[in-house]
Structures are given as C-alpha cells and as structure tokens.
Design a protein around this ligand. Structure first.
Ligand SMILES: Cc1ncc(COP(=O)(O)O)c(C=O)c1O
Length: 328
C-alpha cells in the first residue's frame, strides 16, 4: 500500500469520495464492451456484446466495485461491518478493500457451525485480508435487520462502525450501478444482467437511455425479486426508473444450484469466446439470453449486451453445488 493510499483513509477526514477511491484503486472504467461473434445470435440478425465488468478491478470485481465504492466512500475510513454466506464474493471484496485502503472490516458470516471448523478458502482469504469474522446462527442472521440484533452485533465492533447490508445492496449501491447503465447508453437495445438482490439491475435500468431496456435474470427461486427491485428503486430514486423486466425461468432450482445442461452450456460458451464463465450468476444469464434469442424474443437488428458481473472465484474456481442460500 502506498502512503498516499493510507492518508486517503484517515478516519473521519470526511473528504473521501468516489473519485478519491478511483484514484487510489485505479479501476478500469468504463469497463470494456466487446463484440462476441456467436452464430446463435448472428443467424437471427442479432448482435451480442459482452460488457466486461469482470475486468474492472482484480479484487473488487464487477458489480462489487460499482456497489461497494459509494459505500466505502461514505464510510470514509471508518470500520465497515457487513454480512455474507460462507462463499460470499461480497465479503471477500469488502475484506480486500479494507486491506488495500487500510480500514478495519468485520464480516458477519451465516452459520455458527462454521466457527469450529477450518475456514474454507474464501473465508480464509477474508481473514488473510484482515477481516474479523463473526459466525452467527441462521436465525440471528435472518434477523440482522432488526435494530436489537444489529445493536448486539455492533456491541463488539469498534466505535463508529458503518454497516453495509448483505450483498452491498443499499441506495448508495443502486445509485453506484447507474454508471453501468450510463456506460451503455446508445450502445445496446437490451442489456442483460444476473440478479441476486436485484441492486445491480435497479441501478443499471435507471442509468440506461431512452429506448433501452434492462433484462434481469434471477438466480434465486421464489419470484420475490420484482417487488424488491421496485422497493430499491423507490428508495434510491423516489420511484420506478428506466425500462426493466425479469425472466424467472433460469434459476435452475435456486442459488448456486446448477444442472448438467448449464455446465455444458458454460463450458461451450468458454470454448467459443475464451471467457471464463462464472457459474452462480453469469452462466444462468448467458443461458437465458441464448434461450431468448432462440425463442425469437429479440427482433432482427437488436443489439444485446450481456453484463459479465464477475469471473470464476479466484480462490475456489467455480463452486457448482455450493448452495448456502445467501447471495453475494
Ligand atoms: C457475479 C455476480 N453477478 C451478479 C450478482 C447479482 O447482484 P445483485 O445482488 O445486485 O443482484 C452478484 C451478487 O452480488 C454477483 O456476485
């Protein structure tokens, strides 16, 4: 870490903003937008583009940069407490940011049974980056929004600790994701993104220009996301923003669940395009897009951009079959 990075994060200096963060971490923005030659699209007169958010930053990959940066700027060097499952990308990104920028991090991990076991590679990385891990039982984890439960968690945290929600999806994160939409203005007709909490879609849709629409592919089962995205947009923008819709057919049974067909599809996509396909989110979104193209959902002449929101886990690779039920 350089000296200038450390001084950026002197606690309570109150001067940190997203531009300071960008200067310190040097994200690759706007992220590259690359054409992908794919006959499943071209033979229907469609153009496929890959929006490579996975190349934004090696530690704050994809939507993690877009969602965390405004929250970290808001925290201004104070300790950050956040939440995640045992394989949470969000926890790892937060821990890495803490290491890079020199602020303390606390990760509240779902599952107290994990406390007595050796850390998996993902949590070991969080710990190596200096994150203090606090394991809580599932009931406590579910109740983390309850002021009393939160106060209990904060009791052992340093004074001034800032709380960032699970998956990082709050109003600041949603507003941060509008930049993704703005980068795509005039470049595509339809922009597809995989959804966990829906925060990325909520911001993306708001940032797109007239005539563009965002297509969200939920990776969790349940059909609850429409209402959650509306609520996120309400809080971030005061009402519905941009054109967006969801296609709920591609969760493959739920979070981190897959199927041989999905694996084969992802491997084939990797071979066609030389892109390592993250399985929990990105594979399902790409599968959905190819299916919609084959169903004739897009008129000839349509340009479709697929947002590559992350890459395979740098620690564990693709963890198919890991279904711990929490996003991020
Ligand atoms: C790679 C990847 N893509 C997409 C998402 C979904 O993001 P959101 O929770 O904002 O819907 C996540 C979760 O944060 C993710 O890790």
């Amino acid at each position: 870490m350089t000296g200038s990075r450390r001084t950026l994060y002197e606690p309570h200096n109150g001067r940190v903003n997203v531009h300071d963060l960008a200067a310190a971490l040097e994200p690759r923005l706007p992220s590259p937008l690359r054409p992908a030659d794919d006959d499943r699209f071209s033979r229907r007169g469609l153009r496929l583009l890959l929006k490579r958010d996975d190349l934004i930053h090696p530690d704050l990959v994809g939507n993690k940069w877009r969602k965390l940066a405004p929250n970290l700027a808001g925290a201004a060097g104070r300790p950050v407490l956040t939440f995640g499952g045992a394989y949470s990308n969000h926890l790892r990104a937060t821990a890495a940011a803490g290491r890079l920028l020199g602020f303390p991090t606390i990760g509240v991990v779902r599952g107290d049974e994990l406390a007595g076991r050796p850390l998996n590679a993902s949590l070991a990385r969080c710990a190596a980056d200096g994150m203090r891990l606090v394991f809580v039982d599932r009931a406590t984890y579910r109740a983390k929004g309850d002021p009393e439960v939160l106060a209990g968690l904060l009791r052992d945290a340093p004074e001034g600790t800032v709380v960032v929600p699970e998956g990082g999806s709050n109003e600041a994160a949603v507003r941060g994701c509008t930049a993704l939409g703005r980068e795509l203005r005039g470049r595509a007709d339809v922009v597809a993104v995989a959804c966990g909490t829906g925060g990325t879609l909520a911001g993306l849709a708001a940032g797109l220009g007239p005539g563009q629409r965002a297509l969200g592919i939920p990776v969790l089962k349940g059909g609850f996301l429409e209402g959650e995205i509306r609520a996120l947009q309400e809080r971030a923008f005061g009402g519905r923003a941009g054109e967006w819709g969801l296609d709920d057919r591609f969760h493959f049974g739920g979070y981190a669940r897959g199927a041989p067909g999905l694996t084969a599809f992802a491997e084939d996509f990797e071979a066609r395009h030389g892109l390592a396909v993250e399985r929990v989110y990105v594979a399902k979104m790409l599968y959905a897009l190819v299916t919609q193209a084959e169903e004739g959902a897009f008129a000839p002449g349509t340009t479709v951009a697929a947002v590559v929101t992350g890459g395979p886990d740098p620690v564990d690779g693709n963890k198919e079959g890991v279904a711990d039920g929490s996003t991020g």
